[in-house]
Write a protein that binds this ligand. Structure first.
Ligand SMILES: [Fe+2]
Length: 333
């Protein structure tokens, strides 16, 4: 559901044996007003920039949606609202409400940006289906959320791997109305640049995956979902909270950054935070330089693993995965 962490897989080519210490030392002063220079030793996926786009990869205009495409948004919206009350995080539901994303049709990005900007200073910009990681991080560092400039068709109504405007705007944007979460996403963008320089994009991708895309939060009334990958589809919103199959484990950043993840099926494991303030402090306030240096290039833990240090809320039966997952037609139990 999210191109950017996947693209990190392509960015796994080894760096020269010693990274450029001068470059890394200057990272903290990186000026994100302009797209920073990556450095020739950092590998980026060889995506071809469509003609007419600048180095920011922003499309000149939002796609002009047909009446049927607007209707697809409305139907997707209505389907999600059948399952999300009492399952989505209160921050998400508040954001949805404040931004009035259910007013009808695909939201107009200019209007949405104005409303979101007034709340947290974020904006939403239209981009092609795939953009390079470093450009994605740069936008986040500037409080711009890049959103897909297309919507799925009726043929792909239930599942698409590429993030469309419904996933990006319905799934991600309401959370950006929460001030703490908005700050987290900006810092994530800054951390992305550092990860690229250390060639640890896979580790940062795992953190993104298990928080921004598939994160759960402990609220007073029980577990709730705040990850966009969960909230933009009907099946996982129920599965992640109520199924016997998946593990539910309290988030530990070091452990999560060493954990593999599934990109095309329901998750075998979900990680739970206590608050967005805790998420912010556990990630932003820590010494990522030290962490990146201690991580191996590959993942240490399988996505089904439960390990000694885990604070386990629910040890999953893993039945769905043992039956073969999506490809086998197994029920998400
Ligand atoms: Fe996403």
């Amino acid at each position: 559901m999210r191109r950017r962490p996947h693209a990190g897989k392509m960015a796994n080519r080894a760096l020269p044996s010693r990274f450029d210490k001068v470059t890394i030392a200057t990272m903290s002063e990186t000026d994100f007003a302009r797209l920073p220079d990556l450095g020739s030793h950092v590998f980026t996926a060889p995506l071809k920039r469509p003609a007419g786009l600048g180095e920011d990869w922003i499309e000149p205009a939002q796609h002009s949606y047909t009446a049927d495409e607007h209707a697809i948004w409305d139907e997707l919206f209505a389907r999600q609202m059948e399952v999300l009350p009492d399952r989505a995080a209160s921050a998400f539901l508040n954001g949805l409400d404040r931004l009035d994303l259910g007013r009808g049709g695909v939201p107009d990005f200019a209007r949405l940006s104005e409303e979101l900007g007034a709340l947290t200073g974020w904006s939403v910009v239209p981009v092609p289906m795939l953009i390079p990681d470093h450009v994605f991080f740069w936008h986040l560092a500037n409080r711009r959320f890049p959103a897909g400039n297309f919507i799925r068709t009726r043929e792909t109504f239930d599942y698409i791997q590429e993030p469309d405007v419904f996933h990006d705007v319905f799934g991600h944007v309401p959370m950006l109305a929460d001030p703490t979460y908005a700050d987290y996403m900006q810092e994530y963008g800054r951390a992305g640049w550092k990860a690229m320089r250390y060639n640890r994009l896979k580790a940062l991708g795992a953190l993104y995956w298990y928080t921004v895309e598939f994160g759960l939060i402990q609220e007073a009334d029980g577990l709730r979902a705040y990850g966009a990958g969960i909230l933009s589809g009907p099946t996982e919103a129920v599965f992640c909270l109520e199924a016997e199959s998946p593990n539910r484990i309290m988030l530990n950043v070091d452990r999560v950054m060493r954990t593999d993840y599934v990109i095309d099926d329901l998750q075998p494991t979900y990680f739970v935070i206590e608050s967005f303030a805790e998420l912010f402090h556990d990630t932003v306030d820590r010494d990522f330089d030290r962490l990146y240096r201690s991580l191996s290039p590959g993942f240490t833990y399988a996505n089904t693993a439960v390990i000694d240090v885990d604070d386990v809320l629910h040890r999953g039966s893993l039945e769905y995965f043992l039956r073969g997952g999506r490809g086998s037609g197994a029920a998400p139990v």
